[in-house]
Design a protein around this ligand. Structure first.
Ligand SMILES: Cc1cc2nc3c(=O)[nH]c(=O)nc-3n(C[C@H](O)[C@H](O)[C@H](O)COP(=O)(O)OP(=O)(O)OC[C@H]3O[C@@H](n4cnc5c(N)ncnc54)[C@H](O)[C@@H]3O)c2cc1C
Length: 448
C-alpha cells in the first residue's frame, strides 16, 4: 500500500503542474465517492476526493430511503443480495460515521408503510408482496384502522396498508456533511485511525477541481489529471463521478459505461407545528398505479418524491440552484410537481397545509440492467478476480439505490484494494456491456 512518489515537475509534456500524492484518489463526491473515500480512510489509507461541487449531483436530490424490500422490482432480483448486504451494514456504518464526525447523518430505523389508494393499487401491492415473500422478505398487511392508529393523518379512504419494518432512511445531505467532517478529522494514532492527511489537499483530503482524464504509467492507472492542470498520483483511482463517468478521458480502451439519465423531481416541505409529526413512518404509496412517497425527517420537514422521466424539460432553469452540467439537467418539471402533490394528498390530505420549501430535480445514473457498474476492469476478457487493469476501480450507475448501496459499495471497494474479490458481486462488473478489453500495456498510451 505505497504512496506513489511525487514525480519531477514535468509529466506528459513540459508544463509544471502541482502534484498531490495519496494511496487512493476518488473522482466524484456524491454519496458513493464519499462512502468509498471514508472506507478507504478508515482502513488506514490516505485519500484524495476530487470534486468541485461535492454533494450536488443525484445525492443532493435523493430521499435517502434505505429500502431493499420496497425497492424489489420484478426481474431485478439479482440486485436484492447487494441491497440486503448494504441494508445490514447501515446501522454500524451510520454509528461509526457519527462517532468519528461528531454529527448525525439522519439515519433512522423507522419502518415503511406501503399504501394502496384504490383496489387496483391494492392488487399491485399484494402481487409485489408475493414476490417479496418468495424472496424471504417480511411485508405484513395491516387493516386500514391499524394503519391509521399508527399514522392518524393517513386518509381514511385508502384501500390497503402493508408494514415493511426493514426499510429505513438516512438524510443524504447530512450524510455527505458527515463524510466530509469524518474525512477532515485526522486523528492521532491512539484513536485507531492513522494520521492520513494528504499534503496539498484541502482539510487533508479534498481537491476542489474536475477530473479530466486518467493518468497511466507502466500499464496501470496511476492517478488523475485535473481541469486546473494539476495532477493527483495514487496507487488506486476510483471512478465514482456518477453520470459523468463515461466522459472521462483515457478510460481503458474498449470500456463502455452505458449510463443514461433518469430524471427525478422531488419536493421538500415544512410541516407546521400543529401537524407535527405529519408521519412517523415513511409512506410509499401507489395512487392509481403511480408511485409516490413521503419521508418524514427528524427536523420536522417531509420529502415527497419522486418522478421518473427519461426526458428533461428543455429550459435551463433550476428551482434549487445551479448544478454542474456533468451531473445532468436540474430543470424541474411542472407536471411532475403537480403529480407529486396531487398523489401525496390522496394518501395524506394534510399535505395541502404544508409549506413548499424546495423543488429539485436531478438525474439518476442508470444502466441498461438497472444495476451498478462496480468493480475492477478485467483485461483481456478475464474474469474480474484474475488479470485486471491495475490501479483502477469503477463505481457508478447506482440508479435508484445509490444511498442504500453506499456502505456495500464502500466495503466492496475496500476489499478490492486489499486484493479480495467476492464472487457474489461479479454480476456487477463494470465491463459487462463492453467487448473484450485488451491488456493495457499494448494499447494505452502511457503518459508518465
Ligand atoms: C429524485 C431522486 C430520489 C432518489 N431517492 C433515492 C433514495 O431514496 N434512496 C436511494 O438509495 N437512492 C435514491 N436516489 C438515487 C441516488 O441519489 C443515486 O443513486 C446516488 O446519489 C448516486 O450517487 P453517486 O455518488 O454515484 O452520484 P452523484 O450523487 O451524482 O455524484 C457524482 C458527483 O461527481 C461529481 N463529478 C462529476 N464529474 C466530475 C469530474 N469530472 N470530476 C470530479 N467530480 C465530478 C459531481 O459534482 C457529483 O458531486 C434518488 C435519486 C433521485 C434523483
Amino acid at each position: 500500500m505505497g504512496i506513489p512518489e511525487s514525480p519531477p515537475d514535468t509529466i506528459a509534456g513540459s508544463s509544471i503542474v502541482p502534484t498531490i500524492s495519496a494511496h487512493v484518489a476518488v473522482i466524484g463526491g456524491g454519496v458513493i465517492g464519499h462512502g468509498i473515500a471514508w472506507e478507504a480512510r478508515r482502513s488506514g489509507r490516505s485519500v484524495v476526493l476530487i470534486d468541485d461541487a461535492p454533494g450536488s449531483g443525484a445525492s443532493w436530490a435523493a430521499a435517502g430511503m434505505l429500502a431493499p424490500v420496497s425497492e424489489l422490482h420484478y426481474q431485478e432480483e439479482e440486485l436484492l443480495g447487494l441491497m440486503l448486504d448494504a441494508s445490514e451494514r447501515w446501522p454500524q456504518f451510520a454509528a461509526d460515521l457519527t462517532r468519528v464526525s461528531g454529527r448525525g447523518s439522519g439515519y433512522l430505523a423507522t419502518p415503511t408503510l406501503a399504501i394502496g389508494a384504490d383496489a387496483g393499487d391494492r392488487q399491485a401491492l399484494m402481487d409485489l408482496r408475493g414476490v417479496q415473500q418468495a424472496n424471504g422478505l417480511a411485508v405484513e398487511p395491516l387493516t386500514v384502522r391499524e394503519a391509521r392508529r399508527r399514522e392518524p393523518l393517513l386518509s381514511p379512504a385508502i384501500a390497503c396498508a402493508l408494514d415493511t419494518p426493514a426499510d429505513h432512511q438516512v438524510d443524504p445531505r447530512r450524510l455527505v456533511e458527515c463524510f466530509r467532517a469524518a474525512l477532515a478529522s485526522h486523528l492521532p494514532a491512539s484513536s485507531g485511525i492513522a494520521d492520513t492527511a494528504v499534503a496539498g489537499a484541502l482539510d487533508g483530503f479534498a481537491v476542489a477541481d474536475r477530473a479530466v482524464s486518467l493518468e497511466w504509467a507502466d500499464g496501470a492507472v496511476a492517478g488523475v489529471r485535473l481541469a486546473g492542470g494539476g495532477l493527483v498520483l495514487a496507487g488506486e483511482t476510483v471512478v465514482a463521478n456518477g453520470m459523468a463517468a463515461a466522459s472521462l478521458e483515457n478510460l481503458p480502451a474498449g470500456l463502455r459505461l452505458p449510463l443514461r439519465p433518469v430524471h427525478g423531481d422531488i419536493l421538500r416541505l415544512a410541516v407546521p407545528q400543529h401537524l407535527q409529526p405529519l408521519l412517523t413512518s415513511t409512506v410509499r404509496g401507489l395512487v392509481r398505479g403511480v408511485p409516490v412517497y413521503l419521508v418524514p425527517r427528524e427536523d420536522g420537514t417531509v420529502v415527497i418524491g419522486a418522478t421518473q422521466r427519461e426526458d428533461a424539460p428543455a429550459g435551463a432553469g433550476t428551482a434549487s440552484g445551479a448544478v454542474p452540467p456533468s451531473t445532468g439537467s436540474s430543470a424541474v418539471s411542472a407536471g411532475g410537481v403537480y403529480q407529486l402533490l396531487r398523489d401525496a394528498q390522496v394518501l395524506v390530505p394534510a399535505v395541502a397545509e404544508l409549506e413548499l420549501l424546495e423543488c429539485t430535480a436531478r438525474a439518476r445514473p442508470a444502466t441498461p440492467d438497472n444495476a451498478p457498474l462496480l468493480g475492477r476492469v478485467p483485461a483481456d476478457g478475464g474474469d474480474a478476480s484474475a488479470a485486471h487493469i491495475p490501479g483502477l476501480i469503477v463505481a457508478t450507475g447506482f440508479f435508484r439505490h445509490g444511498v442504500l448501496l453506499t456502505p456495500a459499495a464502500a466495503a466492496i471497494c475496500r476489499d478490492l484494494m486489499e486484493g479480495k474479490a467476492d464472487p457474489r458481486w461479479q454480476p456487477f462488473r463494470p465491463d459487462r456491456f463492453s467487448g473484450r478489453i485488451p491488456a493495457p500495456s499494448f494499447n494505452i498510451k502511457e503518459t508518465a
